[in-house]
Unconditional design. Structure first.
Length: 75
């Protein structure tokens, strides 16, 4: 998961970051954060799958997570 690695690299540089994943990738994200010494790092977990959503459905789903995203990168 490159996005987890990117999040870790940003955080190491003092840049707040988070990653958005679907439920199917939760275990992989948790494992990678732990393996890189960032156990418990927050992430945003969306339902899986999302690839079948219509654009308006994806927009509606995404908007549900905006507040969580803002909290994570401004904490």
């Amino acid at each position: 998961m490159c996005s987890v690695h990117d999040t870790i690299e940003f955080e190491k540089r003092g840049i707040p970051a988070t990653v958005v994943i679907t439920q199917a990738f939760k275990n992989a994200a948790v494992f990678q954060f732990k393996g890189k010494g960032m156990e418990g790092h927050p992430y945003i977990e969306m339902p899986h799958p999302i690839s079948n959503l219509k654009p308006e459905e994806m927009q509606e789903l995404t908007l549900r997570y905006v507040d969580q995203l803002v909290r994570q990168i401004t904490a």
